[in-house]
Design a protein around this ligand. Sequence first.
Ligand SMILES: Cc1cc2nc3c(=O)[nH]c(=O)nc-3n(C[C@H](O)[C@H](O)[C@H](O)COP(=O)(O)OP(=O)(O)OC[C@H]3O[C@@H](n4cnc5c(N)ncnc54)[C@H](O)[C@@H]3O)c2cc1C
Length: 427
Amino acid sequence: MKNFTLHSHYDVIIIGSGPAGLGAAFKIAENSNLSLLLVEKKKISSGGLRNDCKQNYTFPVGFPYEHWDKKSAEPLLREVAEHLNPKIESRVNVEKYIKRAEKIGVEILAIDQSHVGTDKSSELIRSLLEKLEALHVNIALQTEVKELSEKAKELSLENGQVITFNHLIVAPGRADYDWLQEQMNRLGVSYCDNIVDIGVRIETKEENYPIVRDYYDPKILFPNKVRTFCTNSGCAHIVREKYKGYYSVNGHSLSKENERNDLVNFAMLKTIRLTQPVVSGQQFGKILGEMVMQLSGGSVIMQRVGDFRMGSRSKEETFNNDLYDFEPTLKSAVAGDLSLCMPAKILRDIWKALKMLDTIIPGVLHPSTIIYYPEIKTYSNKPQFINDHFMVKEGYYIIGDGAGTSRGITAAWASGIRAAIGILDKR
Ligand SMILES: Cc1cc2nc3c(=O)[nH]c(=O)nc-3n(C[C@H](O)[C@H](O)[C@H](O)COP(=O)(O)OP(=O)(O)OC[C@H]3O[C@@H](n4cnc5c(N)ncnc54)[C@H](O)[C@@H]3O)c2cc1C
């Protein structure tokens, strides 16, 4: 990236170079001469754009209904596609699965998707940043915003430098929810957080889940707010992500040029909306994650379906026996007992959904299938927005997964466009 000296003032500053920040940056840079600074604390933006990078181009995937409808999302999805140039995956032979699903009250959504792959995504991000630089955007990587001022339109960086702005777009993603909460407290913006997705990640042989040969990331909706999420195949791996106080599992896959390992992984998530007196989904998720840390000696747990069905814990010495004929890709997971660490209601709903899935795609509950836990998605500090452009206070916009305006790459990018339009309209 080009070297430059940070100015003391910008018309617009964007915090976070995830898809939400990038969407806003492109919209503003391509449609105005406003001076623009994009600040990112990491070397390269984190999140899904950097990992796997599956892009969904069909509403409502990734778009929370409270902020979006088909009419508002679709034109912006077209704009996202102009920048990300997706190669839409083919989707064939899914009718038989859809019919089977319908019979038992399950819905399979037909979604336009593309997949970049973890090994290719940093190339994509670099090319996007270069395009922004060519549009005269200042990009400060490895530069952390420490805090926003409650008194003036200014922010301070970790190194002590203070920069003023006319408009600020805050797009820090969901991992930094507590930082965002602090800033909203400083600005006097009210917010609530009450939704969390808790679930498991399934790993099995591709032959046990052949639907992925026809539909890369099948979006399947089960009763009780359980759904499949983020399916990976080809050269697929499970990873452990560090959050504050716990680990969550996640999955990704490499691009098609890589040697296949013939495994599939996908999440089964249940959305939980907490009501009074407990209102923090983020805290609830953290407590569940911490409990797994206790029970696994500081990691995440995994259990074979065969053991789970028998009500016995998986053990290290039995994990690869007999029918258990493939090795887990997440070596740091600890063989254990799912039912000891998961709240009964969540476990019941997810297990029921898995049985339904096994009816639609027989084989997925083969005894060797591994269930990893926990996969926790904390979402939003839902700020109180004062207009349709996600403005929370004159000149301040909060967008992306951290603000609950999106749940995925394309919707996050679209949120950025919407905030940017708010700023462009004000000129
Ligand atoms: C491992 C993984 C895989 C995923 N895979 C997919 C996928 O395949 N498809 C999909 O649609 N979604 C995926 N997701 C979800 C997707 O990443 C998010 O929906 C999307 O990235 C949200 O965009 P965002 O811009 O709101 O936040 P983010 O992408 O999280 O970006 C926020 C950025 O802000 C930076 N930041 C935070 N605080 C500060 C600060 N104080 N100063 C400066 N910078 C700061 C962070 O470093 C980060 O780069 C995945 C998520 C993860 C974690």
